[in-house]
Ligand binder design. Structure first.
Ligand code: AMP
Length: 460
């Protein structure tokens, strides 16, 4: 039995059995290093990024500790964004599906308050939420944390970056001091260290070496003549490699918007993702990117960090990131789970210093490659395979994925394989359909094929 086998842990047999059925064969490094301490009831600080398996690390600790028969809020998980909170809640439900009646509730900003109060009245074991909204509930007396014995801060550095320090303080103030506290963070600036000192008891530090396997990630370097030339280089690379899902990383929010706008003007299907977007716009952008109806996301590091994008075809660094570790992490977003990814970096002579730092870090030299042919700029710009239809009906209207699929593929319908991802929100649903049948698919829904009613529907 290897040391990374889950069965080396003191885990409930039902949890172990479920891990096997999920296909989790052995622990990831962060799990192997942190789980023994977590299960021992220790406070743990772990360096964990999306993709490392951190959610299962704290999720298994949480499930093992939970007393399901005691119907009280026993664990609180704080996350910087709603997306991350949703992902975490989903993973915990998945890990805990072998234990009956576990109630996991998400409480996030950007969602209506009233229904959350209603759900809280019904009770829960685990709360996953964003700090601002949790603080609001505490202020209104709709949430009580006096039975919490496990507090988890996920992406702690990002919560602080987003200005949640005072909300965190207010929340932690309401949780009994007799508790276990786990903190996951990609980086450890001083601010994090001082928070840890205040809220944790003799924490065990778990550091995990970089997860990236450089051999599966092809690294490419392209030289731009000057800053203005970078956009042309991006266009050439996109036209040459034609990735269905690419992220272009930039260092500033303003730049992401400028580049996304410029790429759109050239006909690319590109959108910006940065912290100043309204949650609703952010959701819509992600829906379209994940379902392959937008090919290019131009993002800042902070905005892209919580993304769980299983297979990015390409990562393009508009410049070398200010921080070399951040840069290497960006590259690691592609080529996950052994897939071949394409990662490239655009640089100018002014960045030679950073380039040699990057080479030192990676322990390899990277030579600049020639740019793809300039003639590509005259060719028609490639388009994403899918188009998103937005339907004005969601969970509240009892619209289910099967209803949408049925409406589209029923009599005289389009083929099942022409229907992509379906995502249902409270009052809206999104379905991706092949670009060539989009108009026809739209008419099928508009003409009252969905649940026998006519829903408003439009291409976005
Ligand atoms: P996370 O870093 O928590 O976002 O997890 C990344 C992905 O890895 C998720 O899709 C998990 O379901 C998956 N995962 C976590 N732990 C394991 C494991 N031990 N074996 C296989 N997959 C895992």
């Amino acid at each position: 039995m290897s040391q990374t086998d889950f069965s080396t842990l003191k885990l409930h047999p039902a949890l172990l059995k479920n891990l096997t059925s999920l296909g989790y064969q052995s622990m990831t490094p962060i799990q192997a290093r942190s789980l023994p301490h977590i299960l021992n009831g220790k406070d743990v600080i772990a360096q964990g990024q999306t993709g490392s398996g951190k959610t299962a690390a704290f999720g298994l600790g949480l499930l093992e500790k939970l007393e399901v028969k005691r119907f009280r809020i026993q664990s609180l998980i704080l996350c910087p964004t709603r997306e991350l909170a949703d992902q975490v809640a989903k993973e915990i439900r998945k890990l805990g599906r072998s234990i009956h009646n576990i109630k996991v509730l998400t409480l996030c900003g950007g969602m209506p308050f009233g229904p959350q109060v209603g759900s809280l009245e019904h009770g829960a074991h685990v709360i996953v939420g964003t700090p601002g909204r949790i603080e609001d509930h505490l202020g209104k007396g709709t949430l009580k944390l006096d039975n919490v014995n496990l507090l988890i801060l996920d992406e702690a550095d990002r919560m602080l970056e987003m200005g949640f320090q005072s909300a965190l303080d207010a929340i932690i103030d309401q949780i009994p001091a007799q508790r276990q506290t786990l903190m996951f963070s990609a980086t450890f600036p001083n601010q994090i260290k001082s928070v840890a000192k205040r809220i944790m008891q003799q924490p065990v530090m778990v550091e995990v070496a970089s997860m990236h396997d450089n051999s599966t990630i092809a690294q490419h370097l392209f030289k731009a003549k000057d800053n203005a030339h970078r956009l042309t280089v991006v266009r050439l690379l996109l036209q040459h490699y034609r990735p269905e899902s690419a992220v272009v990383f930039c260092n500033t929010k303003i730049e992401t918007q400028e580049i996304a706008d410029a790429l759109s003007d050239y006909g690319f299907s590109a959108m910006a993702l940065h912290g100043d977007l309204e949650q609703r716009d952010r959701d819509q952008t992600l829906v379209q990117f994940v379902n392959k109806s937008i090919s290019v996301l131009v993002a800042t590091d902070v905005a892209a960090r919580g993304l769980d994008i299983e297979s990015l075809d390409a990562v393009i660094n508009y410049q070398i990131a200010r921080d070399i570790e951040v840069h290497v992490h960006r590259i690691g977003r592609t080529g996950r789970a052994g897939r071949k990814g394409f990662a490239c970096t655009i640089y100018t002579d002014k960045e030679n210093f950073k380039l040699s730092k990057l080479e030192d870090y990676l322990g390899q030299t990277i030579a600049a490659e020639p740019l793809p042919s300039i003639n590509l700029l005259d060719k028609a710009v490639y388009q994403p395979p899918m188009v998103t239809l937005q339907i004005d009906g969601g969970k509240k209207q009892k619209v289910r994925p099967g209803d949408i699929l049925g409406a589209l593929t029923g009599k005289d319908g389009i083929a099942g394989k022409q229907v992509g991802k379906i995502q249902i929100f409270s009052n809206k649903s999104y379905v991706a359909v092949s670009r060539d049948v989009a108009q026809y698919a739209l008419r099928k829904i508009a003409d009252g094929q969905l649940k026998g009613r006519s829903f408003r529907v439009r291409k976005i």
